[in-house]
Design a protein around this ligand. Structure first.
Ligand SMILES: [Cu+2]
Length: 300
């Protein structure tokens, strides 16, 4: 690597290590819809060198507060309208260069997507309003003072499905950008039988075709092609289809984009076990794996 390249890499690394320290963020930036979520708002500096004396967090519609744990040295004040708590304010003192976290136990709504918590950081001198909400097509980082955001994801992993000795688990796809006509589908497939079987293909209402693709590398370039003979599944074997794997399921002729947080019904067909109905969980664009917890799988 030349010197400019090395400096660029170092700059990238610095960004990766400390991507959001300038902002107020949630310590866990995504969580499942409908679940109890421990929200910790991380404050990592004061306002322009002035100590923080209050943190005022707006609670979005549809979110209820289950618990407000006591925080030593801080007093909590709440605002409500009708039944719901709409705002929490912590009063205390945090030195300008110190960091701290402010916790609440929340019940998340069933709806997936981003949930913003506009927050005002009051300091001895002045305040910073972390209340900007990115417009459609704008990234969170593109606004000067983004509101802390939680990505609410689809609840729970669908249960594994079975056909004969075949078990299919964790069927997922990255979301597709508008206008895309293809999508790759991944899954974990276990052959619990003592005979080999083959995944031949299948169908789904959202695409013209559902086929098996095989990846190959020629002269350092990855390419994929349909393989009519399907994916061989040896007796007792487990195969995980993923972005790095030899095989995937490919949808082509997509009739609508795959939207994050939705589930798409599809049928996978095995040579011996026959058809099995699955649900494809759509993850974020560029996802490398399924987000929901799945026993025995490394999903991060
Ligand atoms: Cu493909």
């Amino acid at each position: 690597m030349n010197k400019a390249g090395a400096m660029f890499a170092a700059a990238l690394l610095a960004m990766a290590v400390n991507p959001v320290s300038a902002h107020i963020v949630l310590s866990q930036p995504s969580f499942e819809a409908g679940q109890n979520y421990a929200a910790f708002f991380k404050v990592e500096h004061g306002c322009d060198g002035s100590p923080t004396v209050a943190l005022r967090v707006q609670i979005p519609d549809g979110v209820s507060i289950l618990q407000m744990p006591e925080k030593t040295g801080w007093k909590v004040e709440t605002q409500r309208s009708k039944e719901a708590l709409t705002e929490i304010t912590w009063h205390g003192r945090l030195e300008a260069k110190a960091s701290d976290q402010f916790g609440l136990l929340l019940k998340l709504p069933a709806k997936t997507g981003p949930l913003y918590f506009p927050t005002v950081q009051e300091c001895e001198k002045g305040e910073t309003r972390w209340t900007d909400i990115p417009a459609a097509g704008q990234a969170w980082r593109d606004v000067p003072h983004p509101a802390p955001v939680l990505q609410v994801t689809a609840a729970g992993a669908p249960a594994p499905v079975m056909a004969g000795n075949m078990m299919v688990n964790a069927v997922w796809s990255p979301a597709t950008p508008g206008g895309a006509t293809t999508a790759a589908i991944y899954a974990t497939i276990m052959n619990h039988g003592n005979q080999p079987d083959t995944l031949l293909g299948g169908s789904t209402a959202v695409a013209g075709k559902l086929e098996i693709h095989q990846m190959s590398r020629a002269n350092g370039v990855m390419s994929m092609r349909p393989i009519a003979t399907g994916i061989p599944l040896a007796a007792g074997s487990t195969i995980t289809l993923g972005p790095q794997a030899d095989y995937h399921v490919m949808l082509s002729g997509l009739k609508e984009p795959l939207t994050k947080g939705t589930r798409i019904p599809a049928t996978l067909t095995f040579a011996k076990a026959g058809p099995v109905q699955v649900e494809i969980t759509v993850e974020g664009i560029g996802a490398r794996g399924p987000s929901a917890a799945m026993p025995g799988m490394d999903h991060h």
